[in-house]
Design a protein around this ligand. Structure first.
Ligand SMILES: NC(=O)c1ccc[n+]([C@@H]2O[C@H](COP(=O)([O-])OP(=O)(O)OC[C@H]3O[C@@H](n4cnc5c(N)ncnc54)[C@H](OP(=O)(O)O)[C@@H]3O)[C@@H](O)[C@H]2O)c1
Length: 325
């Protein structure tokens, strides 16, 4: 099979397209023919080996995992002997956890990971973003932010994968939503349903005297120290990219009722919890409340180009690699 292979740490040029044997699924695995794989900001860390501390896990001198790509959608072409629920020809989507491997024509996936069948009434392209931004934005707003109807919620980075989902999910919870993005994306964020949009190139949400119940920094570009002035007295600041200070607050001030900061490692939650969230989000796609913001699509050969774009920090929605269709 064809794969994008990373034999050494470095820039996007280290990826090489090579042919290797198609993996054989173990007893508890399914072999998936990959249709699309997500390119997320963290993927580049496996390629670059940065931050260096991450090499304790990804390999000290060269990558342990040579085929990257965590999140995928595709069709099952073979099942392991112990697999009962999934069958050949099922369309499935999900994450292969830290085994990665989705930047290839085929990936062997352990069925204990968060993977699920693509509902027959939904487009596989519309469910793929749920496993990325969707299952991050939902628990952040629901479990950490305790969002409720009528809350005033600001989403910083509202045109990205997590932020765009957050706008639509917050609207689903009947919040009044303000999205923050740059000039180019104002119309897109309005079209997601945001009640107000702040163009950060022209206005600083911290300085305009508006106050929010929840400030969700989906891209980690603000600081709690500054943003807390834009919270109501009982407001909460949540961020996908926590500083040590936010982590300490998340541990020690979880139950505080006055202004506080918090975060969660959404990707580390148990597969069954993620699957419950995916069920919930699929229902929102079905009802039309959630219309995933599709970003650029690249060929497998152009994985390096896709990562260069993602690493600008200004991608729109979900960026994907199209392998088969
Ligand atoms: N904690 C967790 O469990 C968890 C889970 C998933 C992801 N993450 C992290 O969450 C972050 C977001 O992921 P993502 O995939 O959503 O990122 P993304 O799609 O790359 O976010 C890009 C968006 O951020 C906006 N942006 C860039 N600079 C900005 C600024 N100064 N102010 C406001 N918006 C700005 C961009 O809008 P403009 O182009 O308009 O500037 C762009 O649309 C990543 O760092 C990721 O690693 C954390």
């Amino acid at each position: 099979m064809k794969t994008s292979y990373c034999a050494k740490y470095g820039g996007p040029e280290v990826y090489q397209i090579i042919d290797i044997d198609t993996p054989e699924p173990k007893e508890n695995e399914v072999l998936v023919k990959v249709y699309r794989a997500v390119v997320s900001p963290t993927d580049g860390n496996f390629r670059s080996g940065k931050p260096l501390i991450a090499r304790l896990f990804s390999g000290l001198f060269k990558p342990k995992m040579k085929i990257h790509g965590e999140m995928f959608v595709g069709e099952i072409v073979e099942v392991g002997t112990d697999v009962k629920y999934f069958k050949v020809n099922d369309m499935v989507y999900g994450t292969n956890g830290m085994k990665l491997g989705a930047y290839a024509e085929y990936v062997a996936v352990n069925v204990k990971n968060a993977i699920k069948k693509v509902p027959k009434d939904l487009d596989y392209k519309d469910v793929l973003p749920l496993i990325d931004g969707g299952i991050t934005a939902l628990p952040f707003l629901k479990e950490v932010g305790h969002i409720k109807a009528g809350d005033s919620v600001l989403i910083n980075g509202s045109s990205g994968a997590v932020g765009s989902m957050a706008v639509m999910i917050a609207k689903h919870f009947k919040a009044e939503v303000t999205g923050v993005c740059s000039t180019n994306n104002v119309e897109k964020v309005k079209s997601l349903g945001a009640d107000h949009v702040i163009d950060y190139k022209n206005e600083d949400f911290i300085k305009n005297n508006n106050k929010y119940d929840i400030i969700f920094d989906a891209v980690g570009k603000s600081s709690y120290g500054k943003a807390k002035s834009a919270l109501i007295e009982t407001g909460i600041y949540i961020t996908t990219v926590p500083t040590p200070g936010v982590m300490i607050q998340a541990l020690l001030r979880k139950k505080a009722k006055n202004k506080r900061a918090s975060f969660m490692a959404a990707g580390l939650r148990k597969p069954n919890v993620k699957i419950e969230d995916l069920n919930y989000l699929e229902e929102l796609v079905r009802s039309g409340e959630l219309k995933p913001l599709h970003g650029k699509v690249y060929k497998l050969e152009d994985l390096g180009k896709a990562q260069i774009y993602v690493e600008t920090g200004h991608k729109v929605g979900n960026v994907t690699i199209k392998v088969f269709e």
